[in-house]
Ligand binder design. Structure first.
Ligand code: PLP
Length: 386
């Protein structure tokens, strides 16, 4: 018998993040490894979905999503960025930001293409591309400000480069790209005629008065930018699988067709719930969760400092990368397992976010937890120094 799995199978072996969650369950620990926000779902979103089910909105939707959600996404994007988005051709609703990104890669990139990626990176971006035979070209962000140079970007380009990926605010570093950096990226994309894929799933979690900048708002960037975001994080509905791409209609149509091929559609009544949330929740709602995450960031980073796991204090999103080199072990994974054994708190080994050895002294913690859970986790971590 010569049956076998595909060549791409090894790419999707259990991720470090899921591995640590399994270890966490075994140790009955408090999971700060997975980026699951356990805050309550807003009433407008939950009730909107329930009412939609009761009204019989339970069947397939149009390939690019329900009109109500496309319209709500376009209007909200307009409110926050000033861009004029046409809901009838520029918005594609998909199965999470993950579905939107995969569909965009299927629609716009070919096997053998290369894409510039900043590291530390979000692993799904890399593996999604690798599964399609697309090669990442890494540009390393240098701490403490996770900065990069124009030279590093230029060094990463070859004749096969077709796109650059941006994630702002970023997972895992919490970097918020500023306007100057964004202009450098815009000039670079223009000079090399690249698509800009931008994952803005944490767009509303930006701290210390910093501003989130959407690359699509920079002069000349509208046509080449594929803006990807979703509702998982902002409405705490990671299991609902709702996200979207916003872009030029010429790209939106094929992205929508691939999303249809892979997912058919995102859950119809849940789209209505999300539309209801987007249409009714104002800037105060977004500010309040951002403030909540900022307060938790401060508490959590202070705890890490106390126990000598120096954090890179994030500017946005809800993770912190911390220096775990003081823990026993040769690799980030060994150190993370030691921490789990000693405290019952799992984190993600930094090696999950770098292609080279830079991550071996780092670990990522997610602080988007209900306050009592976070307090319990911080108390457990303090055991390290006692
Ligand atoms: N993009 C980034 C950068 C993430 O960190 C995550 C989740 O952790 C996602 C996308 C997943 O988003 P979704 O649930 O909308 O697929």
């Amino acid at each position: 018998m010569s049956l076998k799995v595909s060549k791409r199978r090894p790419l999707v072996a259990q991720s470090e993040i899921r591995n640590m969650s399994i270890e966490c369950a075994k140790a009955k620990g408090i999971n700060l490894a997975q980026g699951v926000c356990d805050l309550p779902v807003p009433d407008a979103v939950r009730q909107g979905a329930q009412e939609a089910m009761d009204r019989g909105i339970n069947t397939y939707t149009r390939f690019d999503g329900r009109w109500e959600l496309r319209k709500a996404v376009a209007e909200k994007q307009g409110r926050f960025t000033g861009l004029d988005i046409d809901p009838e051709g520029q918005v594609v609703v998909s199965a999470g930001a993950t579905g939107a990104f995969y569909s965009a890669c299927l629609a716009l990139l070919d096997e053998g293409d290369e894409v510039v990626v900043f590291e530390p990176y979000y692993g799904y971006h890399i593996v999604t591309m690798a599964s399609l035979g697309i090669k990442p070209r890494y540009v390393t962000l240098e701490p403490p400000h996770w900065s990069f140079t124009t030279k590093a970007l230029e060094d990463a380009v070859t004749s096969r480069t077709r796109a650059i990926i941006l994630n702002t605010p970023s997972n895992p570093a919490g970097k918020v790209f500023n306007r100057e950096e964004m202009s450098v990226i815009a000039d670079f994309a223009e000079a090399h005629d690249l698509f800009v894929f931008t994952d803005e799933i944490y767009e509303h979690f930006v701290f210390d008065g910093l501003k989130h900048i959407s690359p699509a708002t920079l002069p000349g960037m509208g046509r080449r930018t594929i803006t990807i975001s979703g509702l998982s994080k902002v409405f705490s509905i990671t299991g609902w699988r709702l996200g979207y791409a916003i872009c030029d209609p010429e790209w939106a149509l094929p992205i929508g067709h691939f999303s249809d091929l892979v997912y058919v559609c995102a859950p119809a009544p849940l789209q209505i719930g999300a539309a209801n949330g987007l249409a009714t929740l104002g800037p105060d709602y977004y500010q309040a969760i951002s403030d909540d995450h900022q307060q938790k960031r401060d508490l959590f980073c202070n705890t890490l400092k106390e126990i000598d796991l120096t954090p890179h204090v994030p500017e946005g999103a809800y993770y912190t990368l911390a220096d775990i080199s003081s823990l026993p072990g040769e690799t980030a994974k060994e150190r993370a397992l030691y921490l789990l054994q000693q405290t019952g708190v799992p984190c993600v080994p930094g090696s999950a976010f770098f292609h080279g050895p830079e991550g071996e002294t780092l670990a990522r913690f997610c602080f988007a937890k209900e306050m009592p859970v976070l307090e319990d986790a911080m108390n457990r971590l303090r055991r390290l120094s006692s």
